[in-house]
Write a protein that binds this ligand. Sequence first.
Ligand code: AMP
Ligand code: GLY
Length: 431
Amino acid sequence: MVDEPLRVLVIGSGAREHALVRSLAADPGVGEVWCAPGNPGTASEPGAAGNRRVEVGDGAAVTALAQDVGADLVVIGPEGPLVAGVADAVRAGGIACFGPSAAAARLEGSKAFAKEVMAAAGVPTASARVASTADEVAVALDAFDVPGVPFVVKEDGLAAGKGVVVTTDRALARAHGVACVEGGSTVVVEEYLDGPEVSLFVLSDGTHAVALEPAQDFKRVGDGGTGPNTGGMGAYSPLPWAPPGMVAEIVTRVAQPVLDEMAARGTPFVGVLYCGLALTAAGVRVVEFNARFGDPETQVVLARLQTPLGGLLHAAATGRLGDHAPLAWSAGAAVTVVVAAHGYPGTVRTGDEVSGLEGVAGAGATALHAGTARDGEGRLVSAGGRVLSVVGGGASLAAARDAAYAGVGALVMEGSRHRSDIAAAAASPRG
Ligand code: AMP
Ligand code: GLY
């Protein structure tokens, strides 16, 4: 435990960062929490210190800001700064940082690297081929051409959840692969994994693994899992259908071996290893790793975490996770529904007025901000693809879902879109 109240700087500007700021501000062990660059939600979060400007990918600038606000801990939300080495710069500046080094963040930054680490660590994942020319794409597609089974083609780099095409249409799969290689990226073509998906966040101090409760994300833009992939349209936790022992099995078979492998390579992973998994008939398989908290899963996982967040992240950032007390969770459920701008995930329209936030609170839900901004007159307007993440809590998934959708119903934003089936199957009696 730390005696002095912690001073924390959160880097990022999405609903994930708003959720982090909210939980940190509620931690009695945290004295002050800033967000940079933040958004209108983090600026007005009760108990938080407000927003500061920063170029998130500039390690020297982030370090200087952390020094300026007297931060004991920097929490880096998005993958871009992590892959760019911002955590390395912060640590070199003598400040504890929750977030992996550039070398460790390659687990997210390169799907081919992640596959190599998994192979070395004996971690189960989809078999895959890497292609860097149109001919190699065709050969790789041949290797996975099974009638009725979708092709999976991934751009090998950061693509905000939009670089992956899963389709039974070979021509479409090929076109995506060729577009990627012609754009200078390599491509990973892999085996299709059939089964429900789970997002599990595993905190690490480089050695120890502490799993949070699992969540499920809804990646496709449309109801019923239709339309293109997005950054995530909603999430819920807990997973009533998850087999007993699932989390322990994922830690033992996936997270700990990867953490051990990264440490053995001299690039220990400090931060949160986001394990994206499919529960297939053949067992658990890794779909992807991310080197940061997921968005929108963080919004529901943190809504249920009762352990103070600041002390937990600080323990991870300072090599003390092995001594941390077991985590405490609310027995209830949380559901979040993302309200996106007109056009998302394609070209989005910005500048639409967003109103009705009092109604969200009145419905017992919380509106976490993502792509919002204040216009010249101080009105709240849309400023990005995913605009708000409305979080509902309750004793059951059904109650949490009702609260979240009541909140969404209170919002007014021209042309907005959201899915209407978030957590529907899991909340139903047969869920
Ligand atoms: P990724 O960026 O790797 O997370 O992929 C985005 C989404 O595409 C995943 O959440 C899955 O829904 C889907 N996906 C990725 N890889 C596979 C796979 N091998 N089999 C089936 N679906 C996949
Ligand atoms: N929700 C998916 C992600 O954060 O990558």
